[in-house]
Design a protein around this ligand. Structure first.
Ligand SMILES: Cc1cc2nc3c(=O)[nH]c(=O)nc-3n(C[C@H](O)[C@H](O)[C@H](O)COP(=O)(O)OP(=O)(O)OC[C@H]3O[C@@H](n4cnc5c(N)ncnc54)[C@H](O)[C@@H]3O)c2cc1C
Length: 200
């Protein structure tokens, strides 16, 4: 049984291929729990010589420009992620998300529209077309809980959702739901985190 996006990513379809073998599937990082590699498992490395004419490659790599900031946000290995969505209303308001993430010792995540609108850099995006994450704590702030967002974070151990709309789908996956305004709830959580953890 394989689960994959279908119809332009609007649904997650379960696919059963009954009649054809062999079958192959690829799995994105962090979709499953990482297990320790048993030491008795070894593999033989076989070097296969390949010869090709460099002139036949039309694409040329001229330069590799690394974004220094990208290396500082490691969503996939983060234990705590505080994510912001369109409920933040404008880019400057990601500041309250950063403050809570800093107070908890976590990193900042984001929903896709905030990335598409240039509020925050793409490497913060969580979801089907962003990173799949599996933190111990995921706090979704002003995020509705679209299926494409859930695809990237529903494996978190503990999900806290803050949303003004009690019918928002994010509450269906949240372990703790706070029906409230992010501009009141998030700074209050930051204050508590700073007091309790002595951070910030
Ligand atoms: C092929 C495809 C791939 C996609 N990939 C991704 C992906 O990787 N990641 C992703 O996130 N999305 C992805 N999307 C987009 C996805 O469908 C949703 O549009 C997106 O997740 C919605 O983002 P949002 O929750 O921030 O915004 P919205 O859906 O607009 O939700 C905003 C929420 O904020 C709440 N809110 C408003 N004001 C406040 C307030 N003051 N306090 C608290 N809550 C408030 C609202 O009640 C609402 O629930 C994809 C879509 C497609 C078609």
């Amino acid at each position: 049984m394989q689960t994959r996006p279908a119809f332009g990513g609007n649904i997650m379809a379960r696919i059963v291929t009954r009649n054809h073998r062999p079958q192959m599937a690829t799995v994105r990082p962090r979709v499953m729990q990482r297990l320790e590699s048993p030491p008795e498992h070894t593999a033989e490395i076989v070097e296969v010589p390949v010869s090709f004419d460099e002139n036949s490659i039309m694409t040329k790599i001229i330069d590799i420009a690394r974004d220094e900031a990208a290396g500082q946000v490691n969503l996939q290995d983060a234990e705590i992620i505080v994510s912001g969505g369109r409920g933040l209303k404008k880019p400057e308001n990601f500041a309250i998300i950063r403050e809570l993430a800093d107070a908890l010792g976590g990193v900042v995540g984001a929903s896709r529209p905030t990335v598409d609108d240039g509020w925050i850099a793409p490497y913060h995006q969580v979801g089907q077309t962003g990173s799949t994450v599996q933190p111990r704590l995921y706090i979704a702030c002003g995020i509705s809980g679209a299926v494409q967002h859930l695809a990237g974070m529903s494996g978190a151990d503990c999900i806290v959702a803050i949303n003004t709309d009690p019918a928002a789908p994010i509450f269906e996956v949240a372990h703790y739901g706070i029906v409230g305004d992010v501009f009141e709830v998030v700074p209050a959580l930051t204050e508590i985190a700073r007091e309790e953890l002595g951070s910030g």
